[in-house]
Write a protein that binds this ligand. Structure first.
Ligand SMILES: Nc1ncnc2c1ncn2[C@@H]1O[C@H](COP(=O)(O)OP(=O)(O)O)[C@@H](O)[C@H]1O
Ligand SMILES: [Mg+2]
Length: 458
């Protein structure tokens, strides 16, 4: 394509040049010969030469010279249309009645004709008697333009040659340039393939161009994200397995020790059995949490959005948790609120807020409190869950939303949990296009702040 763009103009240009040359050359030749003819015709003064009565060596030699120089034939015709002089000596003495000659006699002016096909110029020049101003004869000159034609053809061939040479050069050059441009990208491709095949664990780098650098940078970013994802997936699987195994191990130990003893008192049986039941509850809890989490996973999540009064949803959550709170003598407070309607998935958000309030109860002090507030503006509603509890050490705050993360091992052994609660909460809020933040001070308490849009956008 590019080659055509270069070659077409070159071909056209050379054709135009050749044509101009030809026209110009014919023009110059015509005017030269015309001048010479004028000179000769004016040197024929009287009718003697034309009637054949007088001879002139001067004129004869002039005619011969002109005929020689221009490789042409010169005829002189008198008023009786008889050829009195022919430089080729073929028609001398014969009658010649050509259209141009008649016209020349009639009008007394010369004419020029160029025959391109047979490549010659024909000129007629009147011979005028100075005394009577009559046309007494006509000088006919036929000049070959063969060599002009030859030169033109030569130029044409040169043009074709140069164009072909250019074409080849452009082809070769284009091939090399294309190769040079594509090479770094081939390297990028190879580097990416290496990573795909698992040969390289490192980041890739092709710094030939800014573009290839940008591509490899973007690729490396993606690569490290994929690796991080892969790591967290592995970690998750091993966490799940571990968490699911722990209660089973405890149950096995309890059952084995009962089986190993003979004549176990009924009280011991009861105690061990109740421990086993607890472990079963724990296992059940983990599985329930895992299932909720899977349901919250972004791709699989089906949002069941309805228009609800948020305050009522919160009241329901608090009502369900009140018995647990009372066991620890913890006050559950719902601050006065205005009626707020929002598009929410009630099941998912109930679970989210339930986890927050439950944490507030679990990680609290004796006869502490958990306070829930609801506010809104024209775009969002805001829910705060504050407690008077243990607080979260600063270095742990960034981890609490991770799956299976449980704070300080010291209290996590006595306080039950799976470490999935906040992960589920955050997923549910993010599915509502909301955000969750936390502030906490060890020994004073923790506040979770949630902001969710009133109108749900897909
Ligand atoms: N209100 C809170 N006060 C103090 N610590 C909290 C609170 N909420 C969460 N945490 C910390 O964050 C960790 C993760 O919480 P969560 O995901 O709900 O798991 P779980 O409650 O099962 O331990 C908890 O183990 C706890 O250390
Ligand atoms: Mg929890």
């Amino acid at each position: 394509m590019l080659i055509l763009i270069g070659i077409i103009p070159a071909t056209v240009a050379s054709a135009v040049i050749v044509r101009n040359y030809k026209n110009r050359a014919v023009e110059i030749r015509t005017s030269n010969v015309k001048n010479q003819c004028d000179v000769i015709s004016s040197s024929i003064l009287g009718e003697e030469y034309l009637t054949g009565t007088g001879k002139s060596d001067v004129i004869d030699s002039q005619l011969a010279m002109l005929s020689n120089i221009y490789n042409g034939r010169l005829l002189i015709i008198n008023s009786a249309f008889r050829v009195v002089k022919d430089t080729f000596d073929l028609d001398t003495g014969r009658t010649s009645v050509s259209k141009e000659v008649i016209r020349c006699f009639e009008t007394g002016t010369g004419s020029t004709q160029y025959d391109d096909r047979n490549s010659y110029i024909e000129l007629t020049t009147p011979i005028i008697d100075t005394a009577s101003s009559r046309t007494i004869g006509v000088l006919v000159a036929s000049i070959s333009t063969n060599e002009i034609q030859q030169t033109a053809r030569y130029l044409e061939n040169q043009g074709i040659f140069v164009t072909s040479l250019l074409t080849i050069l452009v082809l070769i050059g284009g091939f090399f340039i294309a190769n040079m441009l594509v090479k770094p990208f081939t390297e990028v491709t190879r580097a990416i393939e290496d990573v795909t095949d698992g040969y390289e664990d490192e980041a890739i780098s092709v710094q030939t161009y800014i573009e290839t650098e940008q591509i490899t940078d973007a690729f490396n970013q993606m690569l490290s994200r994929v690796r991080a994802l892969d790591n967290s997936r592995q970690e998750f699987v091993s966490n799940v397995s571990h968490e699911l195994k722990t209660p089973l191990t405890s149950m096995k130990v309890l059952a084995d020790s009962l089986n190993g003893q003979e004549d176990v008192p009924i009280e011991i049986y009861r105690e061990f059995m109740s421990d086993i039941t607890q472990e079963i509850d724990r296992e059940n809890n983990i599985i329930t949490n895992l299932l909720s989490m899977v349901r919250m996973d972004k791709k699989a999540a089906v949002m069941n959005i309805t228009r609800c009064e948020v305050g009522e949803v919160l009241e329901q959550v608090m009502k369900r948790l009140r018995p647990i709170a009372e066991k620890k003598e913890i006050r559950l407070i719902m601050d006065p609120y205005e009626v707020v309607e929002a598009d929410i998935d009630v099941t998912k958000l109930s679970l989210a807020f339930s986890n927050l309030v439950e944490n507030g109860i679990k990680y609290n002090v004796e006869s502490g409190w958990v306070r829930v507030t609801l506010k809104h503006d024209n775009k969002y509603f805001y829910v705060n869950v504050a407690d008077s509890g243990l607080g979260i050490p600063e270095d742990q705050i960034e981890h609490i939303f991770e799956r299976f993360y449980r704070g300080d091992k010291s209290h996590s052994t006595e306080i039950e949990g799976t470490g999935l609660g906040l992960a589920i909460t955050k997923s549910a809020i993010v599915l509502h296009r909301g955000i969750i933040k936390v502030t906490s001070k060890v020994g004073e308490g923790t506040t979770f702040m949630v902001r969710i849009p009133l109108v749900h956008e897909e």
